[in-house]
Design a protein. Sequence first.
Length: 127
Amino acid sequence: MPVSDDATCIGDTVLGDDFEANNIGCQADPRKEDKLLQYSTSKLLSDNEEVYRLRAENDRLTKKSRVFGFDVIKDNNDSIHFYTGLLNLSLFMWMVDIVRDKVKMCHACLSVEDHVLLVSMKLRLGL
């Protein structure tokens, strides 16, 4: 099988312009090897950038989905009812207003609404 002028030889492998491998005997051309290395390097760099972009997106989505609290359910009365047993947001906020100044906070990183949500969820489950 004759080797075309636009083919690159590395060892016993011939790589054409589209860099598909064909196993035949040939002599290596350093200029063509450089072209192959440049192509491979640029392909690896673009693939690496894609991996970093996807990892960042994965981290962002994972962190976002791990957070559950009042902010997640406040816009949906069905969710409020499901998790707390209270019929709507108005009742939940009424309960928050009643306990806001009367209850000692267990965790400073949680809002009053999140505390009331946790207690309501535990009461609903009978815990």
